[in-house]
Design a protein around this ligand. Structure first.
Ligand SMILES: Nc1ncnc2c1ncn2[C@@H]1O[C@H](COP(=O)(O)OP(=O)(O)O)[C@@H](O)[C@H]1O
Ligand SMILES: [Mg+2]
Length: 192
């Protein structure tokens, strides 16, 4: 299977997960995520808002803010295929629907932060493998963003267990950025 076929297969699987089950699995992921020392230590954390049946992050963001973390969300610039990290203070009041219908920081009040400040990036995606290879939706947004982050920044994918495949090395390309950890509803995987 090529990138396109793998994406289609996993997206199909994911869209079949009922809402209730999605929230239950997202809750398992949340618990495992908050046990990671990298997350506990982090000051600036880039999160994302779920699109369709992605792992839900609203509660994660609420808790990060409650713990005093600086939370950033991507502001999407579709023309340039770029995401800009912007600070938010309230996940319920600070966001508006942006490109692709995803909630994002209000364009009238973007508090942009240098990528070099970010300690942890929570990375969405369609499929991952045990080495940290990642397939997104085909826009390359995160590939362009992650290369701007610090060498010691930690990239953590959030994924349901069925999004983790054995090996994607035959389909990834040189521009594809890897993640360091994958947190699923079952475990935290340290990628090597
Ligand atoms: N750093 C980059 N600079 C320029 N183009 C890039 C970069 N990263 C990715 N791209 C381009 O973005 C497109 C989509 O990338 P791809 O890896 O297939 O998507 P995704 O990561 O969303 O699954 C590709 O045509 C790729 O060449
Ligand atoms: Mg890619």
């Amino acid at each position: 299977m090529n990138k396109i076929e793998i994406r289609a297969k996993i997206i199909k699987k994911r869209s079949a997960v009922p809402q209730e089950e999605m929230l239950r699995l997202s809750h398992c992921i949340q618990k495992i995520l908050f046990d990671l020392p990298q997350v506990r230590k982090a000051n600036f954390i880039m999160a994302y808002m779920a699109f369709k049946n992605e792992v839900s992050t609203v509660e994660i963001i609420e808790k990060l803010l409650f713990r005093g973390k600086k939370v950033l969300l991507p502001y999407v610039v579709p023309k340039k295929k770029l995401i800009i990290p912007a600070l938010i203070e309230n996940v319920h009041t600070d966001l508006v629907k942006g490109s692709y219908g995803i909630l994002e920081p209000n364009p009238n009040d973007i508090k942009e932060v240098e990528p070099s400040k970010i300690d942890v990036v929570l990375v969405p995606g369609v499929a991952f493998d045990l080495r940290g290879n990642r397939l997104g939706y085909g826009g390359g947004y995160y590939d362009r963003f992650l290369i701007k982050c610090r060498q010691d920044a930690v990239f953590i994918a959030l994924a349901y267990h069925f999004q983790v495949l054995d090996d994607l090395s035959h389909v990834v390309e040189t521009h594809d950025q890897k993640v360091h950890y994958i947190v699923t509803d079952r475990e935290a995987i340290c990628c090597r």
